[in-house]
Write a protein that binds this ligand. Structure first.
Ligand code: KG4
Ligand code: ZN
Length: 335
């Protein structure tokens, strides 16, 4: 089975082709980071316009990898939500138009399901159940996955997402957008100091997170100590947030007696978080899977792959040609 996947939920335009026999045949990506950096964050209208501008050439690049063999494509998958309404509409309309022109059915995919399953792209023999830590700019969740399509949210953030906390804190430190990777970069030059930031909800009995207080603590620290080393503050912030993320994830693995962990979403690229998770996994003889760094952030490959997995597990694509964009959409029906 061969699926063309289209991702346009936020500020990355991605088109990929995944084949269940030969693997990933194309993975074309354009990041709008430079466009939005001028404004310090994603400007939705500019994002939609830029998706429209990039989609045709990315499609052409992807198709060239399969000699423009449209007949070999069984399904066109696109990110149906959640995400920016206008941005989602561009991908969805593009997918439906291509489907109509080439008589190929389409399938809308939940963006988080794409992230959640992406580590399996490179480790298809992974067995269920597993715990998934999904940490992106918009979401922070710990999930239990018993099979494809069976997702239980064990815990989630009560305010800011982990990536959002990284980005907002980076902004406080005067770092350019997107702040997560920039903050991680300067944190690597920092060192432990007398400075101590809170670890919100570290010992709460649930699996939930709360990161907005941590960001406020950074603001207060900066106001009270204007000469503080930004590298040391970034270091302590990264320690605090990764302590909470790692500890809650371990708790879920221990209490659910699950020894496989999948880490997905942009913050999954954070090397300090990976160090802590790997350390725990080694002690507990657990396995941790991360998507390849280029699959951690938004991309079309995860959408094509998730669609292929769902279709193989009984989901059906259709030719109804509906324009389905769901800016708010819960993966589990719990919202
Ligand atoms: O999954 P993603 O590409 O897009 C969303 O669906 O949100 O995640 C983007 C988020 C941003 O907040 C970005 O700052 C963060 O992931 N991020 C990182 C790192 N790389 C990306 N945060 C911390 N450390 C990193 N190395
Ligand atoms: Zn994402």
């Amino acid at each position: 089975m061969r699926v063309l996947g289209i991702e346009t939920s936020c500020d990355e335009t991605g088109i990929a082709i995944y084949d269940t026999t030969s693997g990933l045949l194309a993975n074309e990506l354009f990041s709008q980071i430079d466009l939005h950096a001028l404004y310090g964050g994603v400007v939705p209208e500019l994002a939609s316009r830029d998706h429209l501008r990039r989609l045709p050439s990315l499609l052409e690049a992807a198709l060239s990898k399969i000699n423009h063999d449209w007949k070999s494509i069984d399904c066109i998958a696109y990110t149906q939500g959640p995400g920016l309404a206008g941005a989602l509409l561009t991908g969805c309309s593009f997918a439906e138009a291509l489907g109509m022109a080439h008589n190929i059915p389409t399938l809308g995919i939940h963006h988080l399901e794409g992230h959640l399953l992406s580590p399996l792209l490179e480790a298809p023999s992974t067995t269920f159940p597993f715990i998934a830590l999904l940490v992106s700019g918009g979401h922070s969740q710990i999930m239990r996955v018993d099979r494809i399509g069976d997702y239980v949210i064990l815990g989630e953030t009560r305010d800011d997402a982990a990536g959002e906390a990284f980005d907002k804190t980076a902004k406080l430190l005067g770092l350019p957008y997107p702040g997560g990777p920039q903050l991680a970069k300067i944190a690597a030059q920092g060192k432990p100091s007398k400075l101590s930031l809170p670890r919100p909800m570290l010992h709460s009995k649930d699996y939930d997170f709360s990161f907005s207080g941590l960001k406020t603590a950074v603001l207060t620290t900066l106001q009270q100590n204007p000469d503080i080393s930004h590298a040391d503050l970034a270091y302590e912030f990264q320690e605090a947030i990764t302590d909470v993320l790692a500890e809650k994830t371990f708790k879920a693995m221990r209490e659910h007696e699950i020894t496989t962990l999948i880490v997905a979403g942009g913050v999954g690229a954070n090397l300090r978080l990976r160090e802590k998770l790997n350390h725990f996994a080694k002690k507990r003889r657990a396995t941790v899977l991360y998507p390849d760094l280029k699959l951690c952030t938004d991309n079309g490959a995860m959408i094509a792959f998730a669609a292929a997995m769902k279709l193989q597990n009984g989901a059906s694509s259709d030719t109804a040609r509906k324009i389905n964009a769901q800016p708010r959409w819960s993966l589990t029906g719990r919202d």
